[in-house]
Design a protein around this ligand. Structure first.
Ligand code: HEM
Length: 232
């Protein structure tokens, strides 16, 4: 089996199926267990469902952001092949999370939802995160990469960085007071973005050093030329 076949027909289906497990598990628990206060979803099953979906949305977003640093550290270029799938699963869980809020939590009461967006800062930040992720999901196909052109597409997809930061803020603000879990997610996000900043600075320094070395070599060769030239 070639590496291409293994990735396409084994690794990708495994990642895809695994990414659906949190949803399958949730559907199974909702369908089969007691939804009363003593059931596995606790006293507020709607809150449990919404939070479970939000948790997986941020986890997949961080997994997608982890691809580049992991590729840099391990040298395994094939990891990039999984980035789009992870990013789309983040968006998938965000959509379910938002739908559970709109449908289960607010019963499609659009006026109440609008009030909530304006009044509760963490909902505003959540919506903002969604707005940043939407164009990334829409332009995730190969056709859209071609249509936008590589450079413009890459620039647009840098939105994933503020989206990651905003998602962590949403999580932190939603949990009142200082709690460990959102801080851990924020630290992971900071490490993943920090890796990129460090890599960028290293590249810039290497380019500057290379430019300086080229200039020194050019100056030396010009000086040698002058020294060898007959005096006029
Ligand atoms: C589309 C707009 C969004 C809305 C309206 C929204 C709404 C909510 C609500 C109502 C809660 C639970 C509050 C509670 O139980 O008291 C919540 C929690 C959460 N949301 Fe969002 N959210 C949005 C976007 C996002 C996005 C884009 C992400 C991540 C990528 C996200 C991740 C989370 C997380 C991690 C939690 C906390 C779960 C926990 O406590 O374990 N949300 N959100």
């Amino acid at each position: 089996m070639t590496r291409e076949t293994a990735i396409r027909w084994v690794a990708k289906p495994i990642v895809f199926t695994s990414a659906l497990l949190p949803l399958v598990w949730l559907a199974w628990v909702v369908a089969t267990s007691d939804l009363g206060p003593k059931g596995p979803l606790g006293a507020n099953p709607i809150e449990y469902v919404n939070r479970h979906l939000g948790d997986w949305a941020i986890r997949f977003l961080l997994m997608a952001l982890a691809v580049t640093p992991l590729r840099g550290i391990t040298g395994w270029a094939q990891l990039t092949r999984f980035r789009r799938m992870l990013g789309l699963f983040a968006f998938f869980y965000v959509c379910l999370h938002m739908s559970s809020y709109i449908g289960l939590d607010q019963f499609f009461d659009w006026r109440a939802i609008w009030k909530d967006i304006v009044k509760r800062n963490y909902i505003t930040v959540g919506m903002l995160t969604f707005v940043m992720l939407l164009p990334l999901a829409i332009t995730s196909t190969k056709g859209m990469v071609k249509r936008l052109g590589g450079q413009r597409w890459t620039k647009l997809h840098r939105l994933v960085y503020p989206a990651g930061i905003a998602a962590c803020f949403h999580f932190y603000m939603m949990r009142k007071g200082v709690q460990l879990e959102p801080i851990v997610y924020a630290l992971i996000c900071a490490a993943l973005l920090g890796y990129r900043i460090a890599a960028h600075l290293k590249k810039k320094a290497a380019r500057t050093a290379k430019g300086a070395a080229t200039r020194v070599a050019a100056d030396a060769s010009r000086d040698r030329g002058k020294a060898g030239a007959p005096a006029s």
